[in-house]
Design a protein. Structure first.
Length: 338
């Protein structure tokens, strides 16, 4: 299986073993789960493949997990790949012709498909056929290859970057939003039990509060807390040990890490609160602009610490307060009030 680029292979292996396999095991996103359940049951009753569907939302919220759940629920196979991994139409041709009726083709980061691959995909999605060109120049021939009726499950952090023709070929769209702390605490308790470990509900709630609404982060922080409890205590996670472990990891009371704080501080100190363009900010931080947009900003936007304006990013007065940055009378031009 080819996986997305946002997680390391090691991280992916651990997350994979913790992933819920069925919809009933999946915690949170109740609306989405309800709608998905109806869709799957209707398709099963009609003995038809599910319509092509798109999951969009920030990374780490369960888009890949849901694609695997759909394949388990439908009793079909899944082939998982990612937009940037599909370079030549020949690669995609091989994948498509090997799919059976009802199989799932999962494409993560689907907004990063090349235009050529996208065009190659259109007839596959609409009419279950591909036009494959063999030979070159005067000998070029188009072979029309029929495909089995499969389901494309696309995932993206940026629905707005999807081309209109591709977007229009999905029958179902599901937005995945950040999880509330109660759901994350439940996920952490489930993970602890799968890892033959234990965490009390108060500590789980505290870790959840620092997980930025994201199950992937909650599970990662839980593993750090568990390590700490095993080394510094008797292995049982207590509130005090959990707090010390997260402090040692540089995760603050709102779940912000070093990069979040560095970003906010640079906007505050260097750009007087903003506005600052994302490219300038990325260069100052020595990070890719895409990393900031996809991985760092969404939660800062969600909690109102950052605002995107036409002139660039601005940081809120509340963020300055959280960081203990003194506001020097009127000089911080960009600060906005939530
Ligand atoms: N692990 C990661 N996300 C999860 C979820 N939504 N439900 C249960 N376990 C999870």
């Amino acid at each position: 299986m080819v996986t997305g680029s946002q997680v390391t292979p090691e991280e992916d292996k651990i997350q994979f073993s913790l992933r819920p396999k069925r919809l009933d095991e999946y915690i949170g996103q109740r609306d989405l789960k309800g709608k998905l359940k109806v869709t799957l049951e209707a398709a099963q009753a009609r003995k038809e493949p599910v319509e092509h569907m798109l999951f969009y939302g920030p990374p780490g919220l369960g888009k890949t997990t849901l694609a695997h759940i759909i394949s388990n629920e439908m009793g079909s196979k899944i082939y998982a790949t990612a937009g940037p991994a599909l370079q030549r139409s020949g690669d995609l041709m091989g994948i498509l012709t090997n799919l059976n009726e009802g199989d799932i083709l999962f494409i993560d980061e689907i907004h990063r498909l090349s235009p050529t691959i996208e065009e190659f995909l259109y007839p596959a999605l609409e009419d279950y056929k591909v036009d494959f060109v063999v030979d070159k120049g005067a000998f070029a021939k188009v072979i029309n290859v029929p495909l089995k009726r499969f389901t494309l499950v696309g995932a993206t952090t940026r629905a707005g970057s999807l081309s209109a023709p591709l977007r229009d070929r999905f029958g179902l769209y599901y937005h995945i939003d950040f999880y509330p702390p109660d759901d994350l605490a439940e996920i952490i308790i489930r993970t602890a039990s799968l890892l033959n470990s234990y965490i009390d509900s108060e500590s789980a709630q505290m870790v959840a509060m620092r997980s930025r609404g994201t199950p992937r982060i909650a599970n990662r922080l839980f593993r750090r807390v568990r390590d700490y409890a095993e080394v510094k205590g008797d292995g049982r996670v207590t509130l005090e040990l959990a707090e010390r472990a997260l402090d040692a990891e540089g995760i603050d009371s709102l779940g912000l890490d070093n990069l979040d704080r560095k970003l906010l501080k640079i906007v505050l100190d260097y750009y007087k609160g903003g506005p600052v363009g994302i490219e300038a900010l990325a260069a100052t931080l020595n990070e890719e602009a895409d990393t900031l947009v996809d991985m760092v900003e969404p939660y800062l936007l969600k909690i109102g610490f950052v605002q995107r304006t036409r002139r660039g990013r601005m940081v809120s007065a509340e963020a300055a307060k959280h960081l203990g940055v003194a506001l020097s009378g009127g000089s911080q031009q960009g600060l906005f009030d939530k």
